[in-house]
Design a binder for this molecule. Structure first.
Ligand SMILES: C[S@@+](CC[C@H](N)C(=O)[O-])C[C@H]1O[C@@H](n2cnc3c(N)ncnc32)[C@H](O)[C@@H]1O
Length: 310
């Protein structure tokens, strides 16, 4: 996707994410963050990786994550794409007095490497990653992310894709299923900068991978995207969001050897027409996580040989 189209997509995604975020996980995060602010007696340091155009900062301000009467918050937005952070900076030009924003236009792996050279650099009290971890190889990325947090740091990892892309109304059950499987395969086989990058079942894998890397899960829950029209109309910019999803599937699967090309083109055209009529329903299964880090990572024990639950 071109950068301008990606910016528009991220802005359109805001209302979809607002509806999707798991409110139980969110409310436990709020309680823990506010308790941590009371303990710290200094500004809380937050880092958001893969921050895009700053939608999460806007949200945490509107939804009152932080206690404005505590000792302030220093919030760093990190993203590998400087053009996105430039948009974030414009959108967040007037933060409240208690909030200091900083921008780190850098690849997260380079950032971790640079900070490792300065062991006295302060670590973060809160790490956020929204619609981001499913782009990374978890076993490589999580220990690196863990190294950025203090020993009682909190994490909030949200909108982690987990293996279901549902589109209604059905066009052809077998072909719909073949498209879904092929689309998920592109996520499983994705290589970025020579590294394996994410998988289509990141959400469920986090239940094992997070504790293995020193992140103790305190709360988890579904944060499915559910996009639908009411009386043939989608709210806010969500028709655009749906077109971006269908365009992404089109780009990812145009040369897929398992799909007949002319049938796939017709399928894409039908999905676009469904959006125009306000008929398309799109559901993507995702999971949110909140927790605290443990001072030493606790690898999950393997089941003893011979033990079976079924
Ligand atoms: C799906 S977008 C989500 C953006 C934002 N969190 C949101 O939901 O609106 C993923 C973001 O991660 C950034 N990104 C991907 N890989 C990265 C990396 N290795 N280091 C830093 N940023 C990265 C992309 O530039 C993009 O802004």
């Amino acid at each position: 996707m071109q950068i301008d189209a990606f910016i528009r997509y991220l802005i359109a995604k805001r209302t979809v994410d607002d509806r999707a975020l798991n409110r139980v996980v969110w409310s436990q995060l709020v309680d823990a963050v506010r308790a941590q602010q009371r303990r710290l007696l200094r500004p809380l340091r937050a880092l958001e990786v893969g921050a895009g155009v700053g939608a999460m900062v806007e949200r945490v301000l509107e939804w009152r994550l932080f206690d404005p009467d505590a000792d302030g918050v220093e919030y760093t937005l990190l993203d590998g794409e400087p053009a996105l952070l430039a948009v974030a900076q414009e959108r967040l030009s007037e933060p409240p007095a208690w909030l200091r924003l900083a921008y780190a236009p850098i690849n997260v792996f380079e950032y971790v490497e640079q900070r490792a050279k300065y062991p006295t650099a302060p670590r973060y009290d809160l790490l956020l990653a929204h619609a981001f971890l499913d782009l990374l190889d978890l076993s490589t990325a999580l220990p690196l992310l863990r190294s950025l947090l203090t020993d009682d740091g909190l994490f909030y990892f949200t909108i982690n894709f987990d293996g279901a892309t549902l589109l209604e109304p059905t066009i052809d059950p077998a072909f719909d299923a073949a498209v879904e499987a092929a689309y998920h395969r592109t996520m499983d086989e994705r290589i970025i900068d020579g590294r394996p990058s994410g998988d289509s079942r990141t959400g469920r894998h986090l239940f094992t991978q997070l504790p293995n890397a020193g992140f103790e899960i305190r709360s988890a829950g579904a944060s499915d995207w559910v996009v639908y029209g009411v009386n043939g109309k989608y709210p806010a910019e969500e028709a655009h969001f749906l077109h971006a999803i269908v365009d992404t599937m089109h780009a990812a699967l145009s040369n897929d050897p398992t799909l007949d090309p002319s049938r796939f083109e017709a399928w894409i055209a039908q999905r676009r027409a469904q959006i125009e009529r306000g008929e398309l329903v799109y559901i993507a299964h995702q999971l949110d996580f909140f927790g605290v880090v443990t001072s030493t990572p606790t690898p999950r024990r393997l089941a003893s040989p011979g033990f079976r639950t079924t």
